[in-house]
Design a protein around this ligand. Structure first.
Ligand code: AMP
Length: 186
């Protein structure tokens, strides 16, 4: 199973990706997590990515596409994966298409989660208190929501046109949302 999980910040992508990963026995790959790991370990990639992440901006495509390409070529990704937080703009969709073409592994589905703006803001605030991410400042949160609306939300149409998009309500009990997704994906 090769899946994308998409939706605005705070909608529960990470939570559902982790449950899907367990259910299908495939890795959940989050570009945000990869960046955060590199930041924590002060790698060259981390130092560069931090400049953008703390402002709520997208890390340049060149860097992001490369980490995805490398990650999808790893052994544990042979039987499938869930990509969380990628692609985030039209050029990343193209890059992913090229990566998957090269690997000969097409996408099975795109899981899109949706929720009202107020619910998202509330969840983001709570997460900021719990996790203390350096990019959970009000300015960075606002910027991320703005980037999502302008650059990422339009990508859903691309996948809808390809017949891959499956949309789910991101509000409700985590387990029930998970069960609904799995029932739909099979
Ligand atoms: P996330 O954990 O998915 O919210 O990602 C945290 C931050 O990492 C984002 O606000 C971006 O700065 C950066 N990031 C994660 N994924 C991508 C991506 N696909 N393209 C560019 N930047 C990304």
């Amino acid at each position: 199973m090769r899946l994308l999980i998409m939706g605005p910040q705070g909608v529960g992508k990470g939570t559902q990706a982790a449950l899907l990963s367990k259910h299908y026995g495939i890795p959940a790959i989050s570009t945000g997590d990869i960046f955060r790991y590199n930041i924590k370990n002060k790698t060259e990639l981390g130092v560069e990515a931090l400049k953008y992440i703390d402002k709520g901006e997208l890390v340049p495509d060149e860097l992001t596409n490369k980490i995805v390409k490398d990650r999808l070529a790893m052994d544990d990704a042979k039987n499938g994966w869930i990509l969380d937080g990628y692609p985030r703009n039209a050029s990343q969709v193209e890059a992913l298409d090229a990566i998957l073409n090269e690997l000969g592994t097409p996408l099975d589905a795109v899981v899109a989660l949706d929720a009202d703006h107020d619910v998202l803001m509330e969840r983001m605030k709570k997460r900021a208190e719990i996790e203390g991410r350096s990019d959970d400042t009000p300015e960075a949160i606002a910027k991320r929501l703005d980037v999502y609306a302008k650059e990422t939300a339009p990508l859903l149409d691309i996948y809808r046109q390809r017949g891959l998009l499956k949309t789910f309500d991101g509000v409700g009990a985590v387990d029930e949302i998970q069960a609904t997704i799995v029932a739909e994906l099979g």
